[in-house]
Design a binder for this molecule. Structure first.
Ligand code: SAM
Length: 301
């Protein structure tokens, strides 16, 4: 296990269960966001996301769920994800251990190939849980969204006395529309299941205050820690894979170099094309001056 710390942000490169057990104090975390392997056969840089049996996956999951609940402060919140087929098991397991306040659907459109012989999956479930349902943080004013129907049509709510125009904003319901992270999006990192910044912004704004501590035990590209930093919260991220950990070290500006390797965002294919186009342009400048020097082309910054 390796640990890296800077300015209130900690990254562990190691196994989530081990780190939670040995490194994280009980009752110390304001918000936990958990996006574990889903047991659906994704390829996490060579590490398989498929257990020998479903029972083994669930037993493994229950072991870190128990630990996470211990790490949460008494007024803390837990958001937990898994695949649609395993969420009912998580839900039932959690019902007797914590209070489930919302069953959220993260819904997205998909332009890619979809199932042809059944209804393809277009959502991922998230449970929002709190330890104490009469004492928890929920900054509803910080996450308001447009209230489309009534206010856009300038309707009057006659149920109110006196009647009033419909309000223009509301607290989001439990169906959340955020696009998935796509290759061409500026936030894209090389990881098969990166979560969108917008999703984590809503969760962190709602369930922590400035200075609060956010924990993500399966950090992947460290979206949670990255957003926590931009929102002036503290973060703890755990990730078992070294390459993904390097993404976190760069995204959190903890290290510029790792074992002599410069930590830079990988150039995407369309960005390479852009450089080639810029260089070609320079060759055709009419007065003979060079528009772009080859070493001037700067991308991905
Ligand atoms: C679903 S992904 C998380 C993606 C992340 N939310 C993001 O936005 O990039 C799950 C991550 O858990 C990591 N992982 C798998 N087993 C682990 C373990 N035992 N301890 C820590 N991390 C693990 C995988 O390498 C993978 O990056």
């Amino acid at each position: 296990m390796q640990v890296f710390k800077k300015d209130g942000h900690t990254i562990y490169n190691g196994d989530a269960f081990e780190v939670l057990l040995n490194e994280i104090d009980d009752n110390s975390i304001d918000l936990i966001f958990v996006d574990p392997p889903y047991n659906i056969g994704k390829d996490f840089n060579g590490r398989k996301d498929k257990w020998a049996t479903d029972k083994e996956y669930l037993e493994w999951s229950y072991s870190w769920i128990d630990l996470l609940i211990k790490k949460l402060k008494s007024d803390g919140s837990l958001y937990i994800m898994t695949s649609t087929q395993f969420m009912p098991f998580f839900d039932i397991y959690l019902q007797s251990r914590i209070n489930i306040l919302s069953r959220i659907i993260w819904s997205y459109d998909s332009s890619g190939v979809q199932a042809k012989n059944y209804f393809g999956s277009m959502y991922e479930p998230i449970l929002f849980c709190v330890k104490d349902k009469s004492n928890y943080t929920f900054n509803s004013k910080d996450i308001l969204v447009d209230a489309k129907t009534g206010s856009k049509r300038k309707l009057i709510d006659y149920r109110k006395n006196p009647p009033q125009p419909y309000s223009t904003e509301k607290v989001p319901g439990n169906v959340w529309d955020f696009p998935r992270v796509r290759y061409r999006m500026p936030e894209y990192e090389k990881h098969p299941t990166q979560k969108p910044i917008a999703l984590l912004e809503r969760i962190i704004k709602a369930s922590t205050n400035v200075g609060g501590v956010v924990l993500d035990p399966f950090s992947g590209t460290f979206t949670t820690s990255f957003v926590a930093k931009t929102l002036n919260r503290k973060s703890i991220g755990i990730e078992i894979d070294e390459d993904y950990t390097k993404i976190g070290l760069r995204r959190l500006s903890i290290l510029k170099e790792y074992n002599g390797e410069k930590l830079e965002k990988e150039i995407r294919t369309f960005e390479t094309k852009k450089i080639i186009e810029q260089q070609t342009l320079a060759l055709f400048e009419p007065d003979g001056t060079q528009l772009y020097k080859t070493n001037q082309a700067s991308i991905g910054k």
